[in-house]
Design a protein around this ligand. Structure first.
Ligand code: GCU
Length: 594
């Protein structure tokens, strides 16, 4: 069940609470204006801009006055889009950029207006007509502001201060293995909804059921009201009544074609309340674990996965468009995948929706990546905030089967306590999906690798990032390595791989040459090892395509790129791609034979 609290997500940078409502799940239904396009910008290299002046786009007055931080005749940047790829001088920029645009608005009786941001990297303050609306921390989850009392008829002045400086108390913290893209990297929309509207909703199959729908509808106002639920293709028409908190529970039998990778069936779901209508395309499936198996719609499933970052390698930039999402997801389908790990953060809403339409199950995670300051009491709140915003945004996306809490965080009292609590919080929000977390700390004993991370007790699915043959030596011949687990739970190998520069051929036994042959042999060796893991229910090579990382500066082969892609930075297939492709074809045949 999902307890869709209309959560006040508190932004730590500013202590502002912004009322989050997942109404934005159906932006199309209530988008008054899309605010993407060219925005005026001021690059504030030393962070010395005065917010009050800039937010009001202060003009010089009189002969002896002048303004230095002005949007008049300023440079522009495209929104959505990271600033790094748009200007050479911003390739490595870590600091503040002030964005500004105007927009017109025509108020209509009985309507409320929201400004909705799909993602700004990494932290921001938002001003409308010179007034601070609030702020947000975290690059990869949406936020919005109710601007009904501030927006005005005619021209409105919108200013956003974005800052992407890495900090110890941030999530991710100061070091991470991807590019520190900054800016308004995802879309901005002005939404209008009726004064009394459908603020949020959750509709999925009840945990463990193939025929019972559960969920709720939350109205913006706390009053009794009738809400109509319709799923025409399933011949469902149901009148619900909200309680004194404005919430109506959904609990009804339904005969539905279940969503699966082979048949990614989605239904038009319509909700009506007063003058408000919401339509969403929703799929219905069951995902469970049973001993060491993962069951999709009550049948064992093997996850033929691949990881990828939200980046278009050919453009060396953040992926932001539907075309970008389609490119990445089509590459995954071509490899033979039925599963994608959206690394290492909630990716674009359209990537999630398109993956679901294309029949790809998903692992979605928050960027609690390696060196997080778990001793800082704010970290649990910040991480939980991101977890809430991720689940709130995507709770109706049945393609998502796993929420993951962290990546390669070292076991320890603060980390164990924080992540154990987060696992509880995630389940309290949504008990219809599986909870996981990617580990990389294992004990070796002879040819054995032991899974003993204390966090395992709190997870449904165990996940191991293990680079045998790259960062770690083989403890024995690949076919003789044995994985031991004291937990009766399924395991996914959530990362494995090696680097290779596309087109660089040579010895298959020398890592330091970055050859395709070395990477190919390492994949063959890992597949040999996987055969000996009886509780293995999925593999997810790292990574689909070469990606940019400032930490990867080996002069001959990397030049700022992590070369672990099965595809080059131009999308060309390396030899290891074919090893993985044939493994997945074989897995698919085995699955069909069952
Ligand atoms: C880690 C990490 C990735 C990183 C990869 C690598 O496991 O999860 O984010 O890119 O290893 O070193 O290439």
């Amino acid at each position: 069940m999902l307890t869709g609290l209309i959560k006040k997500s508190v932004c730590f940078l500013f202590g502002f609470a912004i009322a989050m409502s997942a109404r934005a799940q159906s932006i199309a239904a209530c988008s008054e204006a899309n605010l993407d396009g060219k925005w005026n910008v001021i690059i504030d290299w030393y962070g010395s801009g005065n917010a009050a002046d800039i937010a009001s786009n202060k003009q010089a007055t009189g002969k002896d006055d002048f303004v230095e931080f002005s949007f008049d005749n300023s440079q522009t940047l495209a929104v959505p889009g990271d600033w790094n790829y748009q200007r050479d001088e911003l390739k490595y920029y870590e600091g503040t950029v002030w964005y500004q645009r105007d927009f017109d608005y025509l108020p209509r009786r009985g309507k409320r207006a929201y400004l909705h941001f799909d993602g700004v990297s990494y932290r921001c303050e938002v001003y409308l007509n010179g007034k601070l609306l609030g702020g947000h921390e975290g690059s990869f989850t949406p936020f919005q502001f109710d601007v009904s009392g501030i927006i005005k008829r005619g021209k409105n002045l919108l200013v956003l201060k974005a800052n992407n400086e890495r900090r110890e108390d941030a999530i991710p913290a100061r070091k991470f293995d991807w590019w520190n893209y900054g800016g308004i990297t995802r879309s901005v929309n002005l939404l209008t909804v009726p004064d009394e509207h459908i603020a949020d909703y959750f509709i999925q199959l009840k945990k463990g059921s193939l025929t019972d729908l559960c969920g709720w509808v939350q109205l913006s106002d706390k009053q009794y009201r009738q809400v109509r639920l319709e799923i025409p293709e399933a011949h469902i028409k149901k009148v619900l009544t909200t309680d004194s908190a404005g919430r109506a529970q959904i609990d009804l039998p339904a005969k539905l074609a279940l969503w699966s990778p082979e048949q990614p069936k989605l239904y038009a779901v319509k909700l009506y309340a007063g003058n408000d209508t919401v339509t969403d395309l929703i799929g219905f499936r069951s995902i469970e674990v049973k001993g060491t198996q993962i069951l999709l719609n009550k049948k064992p499933v093997f996850l033929r996965g691949i990881s990828f970052h939200e980046e278009m390698p050919q453009r060396a930039a953040r992926a932001y468009s539907e075309a970008d999402s389609r490119t990445l997801l089509t590459w995954a389908k071509e490899l033979g995948c039925n599963f994608v790990r959206l690394a290492h953060y909630p990716q674009n809403p359209q990537t999630v929706k398109l993956a679901e339409q294309m029949g790809l199950m998903m692992w979605e995670e928050i960027p609690v990546w390696q060196g997080i300051q778990f001793s800082n009491p704010q970290i649990l709140s910040k991480a939980n905030n991101m977890l809430h915003e991720m689940i709130e945004r995507d709770k109706n996306r049945c393609g998502i089967i796993i929420w993951s809490l962290s990546n390669e965080t070292a076991p320890g009292p603060d980390r164990n306590a924080t992540l154990t609590q987060m696992a509880k919080d995630a389940r309290a929000m949504d008990d219809t999906r599986l909870i996981s977390s990617a580990f990389d700390h294992f004990k070796y004993s002879g040819n054995q690798i032991l899974i003993d991370d204390p966090l395992s007790e709190s997870l449904d699915v165990l996940a191991a990032n293990k680079y045998m043959g790259w960062y770690a030596k083989w403890p024995a011949g690949p076919g003789n390595v044995v994985w031991k687990s004291t937990f009766n739970k399924p395991l996914i190998i959530s990362e494995f791989g090696a680097e290779a520069l596309y087109g660089n051929h040579g010895a298959k036994d020398t890592a330091s040459l970055w050859t395709e042959e070395y990477q190919e042999q390492l994949y063959k060796d890992n597949l040999a090892m996987f055969k000996n893991i009886p509780f293995l229910q999925g593999v997810c090579p790292w990574i689909l395509a070469d990606f940019r990382s400032p930490g990867r500066m080996q002069a001959q082969y990397q030049q700022g790129w992590n070369r672990k892609g099965l595809l080059s930075d131009k999308g060309f297939k390396k030899k290891a791609w074919y090893v993985m492709h044939s493994f997945y074809q074989q897995k698919q045949q085995e699955n069909k034979a069952k």
